[in-house]
Write a protein that binds this ligand. Structure first.
Ligand SMILES: Cc1cc2nc3c(=O)[nH]c(=O)nc-3n(C[C@H](O)[C@H](O)[C@H](O)COP(=O)(O)OP(=O)(O)OC[C@H]3O[C@@H](n4cnc5c(N)ncnc54)[C@H](O)[C@@H]3O)c2cc1C
Length: 462
């Protein structure tokens, strides 16, 4: 805990009500959604204006205090776990203003603490569409989404957060305001700092304002559910759909264990005997949607789907997507600890990856439910365990190591959307190279010589 003098200094600059030094407050910001050990910070600061945000960073810099910015703490990679008990956590939930939605030029400008779904709803009110839709969108913030380069169910057709970031204003490690990007469609001014900041996980700067691209909404949609009696057939269908050059907006996969668990949770009439389900949606111009849906239906039949259910109404469409949204909460009910992983492979390797995940589950005698964004090759093997059972948890850790080894051996990546943070930093060199880590550390050192911005995450300590 910092000394009383330091607390007074923060209180003087940021306001007493925005400086939290009590034990209970500090405990509340010691962990996030990753299954990692908590670290209680020294101080929690909640700036209410951009000026206060900059002032907080400047004070941390002056005193050499490590700082971790926190949106809603929903990240699954330990990105908001304080780096030490000397750390300051900066919470952005009071910086939640949607500054502008410009329908004519199709962009929005927000403060970092705006909740993703609130921004999408505000854009929709003006007849515009913000596609990135992480499963956590009703709680996660735009700042957190940008820092993790969050994806979502619509990533296959519409891309992920990085595809919508036009500009970022941020405070550097010393609290100097940096402006990058623009509100124009094209911008070739200066270094491309905007792209550097996307996915930077709080290591290179503290966002204060983000400009996001908006697009016209699709005029029509068609959702469907295809039932398969083998995982291979389902995953080969994913490859076949992609190869047919139809790009659905969403193409999700659920394995048998997940189907049964979801059905047990909601009794929505899912086919519990199915080995796998594909949940598919196409959108766009009505004629194109009709055509694409018919082609996908035919393709699924040809690939051996035992049943294809086309949503006939908004309610039926909701039911299909509810099944997918239920996957994580349904699985999470089964055991005290849920480890949601994020292994991603080239799409043609999905059948192999799903098979190998099941083998890993058997080898380590652990329960894994697999669902995910099949169209992106982004699978979420979800391990159900109890962290208090040390023997079992050590098997879980070995299984996780093997899942990532497998993903990399199949030409995949460590993270499709959840970032590296603390959780996966130990694997980073396996995907990249020693040189990549050293280069990234030099970059960090140049931009943050006192190493106060979220130290220890992603590239470790160097
Ligand atoms: C149930 C559930 C479902 C999920 N589904 C998805 C999904 O479908 N797709 C997906 O991509 N993720 C998903 N996630 C993970 C998580 O929601 C995302 O990573 C999200 O982007 C985190 O947002 P947040 O506001 O909670 O950020 P936090 O968790 O608070 O922070 C995430 C990172 O961003 C940094 N950060 C936050 N604000 C700033 C700022 N202003 N300046 C600089 N750095 C900042 C933090 O330091 C941290 O490193 C899910 C999580 C849960 C719990």
């Amino acid at each position: 805990m910092p000394n009383k003098h330091l607390i007074k200094e923060f209180e003087k600059q940021i306001g007493r009500q925005n400086v939290m030094a009590e034990e209970a407050d500090r405990q509340a910001y010691a962990y996030d959604s990753a299954v990692l050990d908590a670290v209680v910070p020294a101080l929690v600061i909640r700036p209410t204006t951009t000026e206060e945000l900059g002032q907080t960073v400047r004070l941390c810099h002056r005193h050499g205090l490590p700082l971790t910015v926190r949106g809603s703490g929903t990240n699954l990679s330990g990105g908001t776990i304080p780096s030490s008990t000397e750390s300051v956590v900066i919470v952005t939930n009071a910086l939640a203003e949607i500054i502008e939605i410009n329908a004519q030029d199709m962009y929005g400008v927000v403060q970092p603490g705006v909740i993703t779904a609130n921004f999408a709803a505000a854009a929709a009110e003006k007849g515009l569409f913000y596609p990135p839709d992480p499963g956590s969108q009703t709680v996660s913030t735009i700042g957190g989404n940008v820092a993790e380069n969050a994806g979502g169910l619509r990533g296959l057709k519409y891309g992920v957060t990085k595809d919508y970031v036009m500009g970022i204003e941020f405070f550097d490690a010393a609290g100097e305001l940096v402006k990058s990007g623009s509100r124009t469609v094209k911008c070739a001014t200066g270094f491309n700092l905007t792209d550097l900041m996307v996915g930077s996980e709080g290591l290179l700067g503290v966002y204060s304002q983000i400009t996001l691209k908006l697009i016209p909404p699709p005029k029509a949609q068609q959702a469907m559910m295809a039932v398969f009696d083998s995982v291979e057939k389902a995953s080969e269908t994913v490859s076949a759909i992609i190869a047919s050059q139809i790009i659905p907006c969403t193409l999700e996969f659920l394995d048998n264990f997940t189907i049964r668990t979801v059905e047990d949770f909601r009794q929505a009439g899912l086919p519990v005997d199915a080995e796998a389900l594909l949940l598919i949606e196409v959108d766009g111009h009505p004629a194109e949607v009709e055509d694409d849906a018919a082609q996908i239906k035919e393709l699924c039949t040809r690939q051996g789907a035992t049943k294809i259910q086309m949503a006939q109404s908004a309610a039926e469409k909701d039911l299909i997507w509810q099944a997918r949204r239920d996957a994580l909460p349904a699985l999470a009910r089964l055991k005290p600890t849920t480890v949601l992983e994020d292994a991603t492979v080239p799409r043609s390797k999905i059948p192999e990856m799903v098979k190998r995940i099941n083998e890993i589950g058997k080898k380590y005698h652990i329960t894994i439910g697999t669902f995910g964004h099949a169209g992106d090759g982004n699978l979420h093997p979800t391990i159900l365990t109890d962290k208090r059972n040390h023997e079992e948890f050590s098997r879980v850790e070995q299984a996780i190591d093997e899942i990532f080894e497998t993903a990399l051996s199949l030409g995949g990546t460590l993270s499709g959307e959840h970032g590296i943070g603390l959780a996966k930093s130990k694997y980073l060199e396996n995907e990249t190279s020693r040189g990549t880590i050293l280069y990234s550390r030099r970059l960090k050192k140049a931009l943050d010589p006192k190493n106060i911005l979220n130290p220890g995450k992603m590239i470790g300590e160097g």
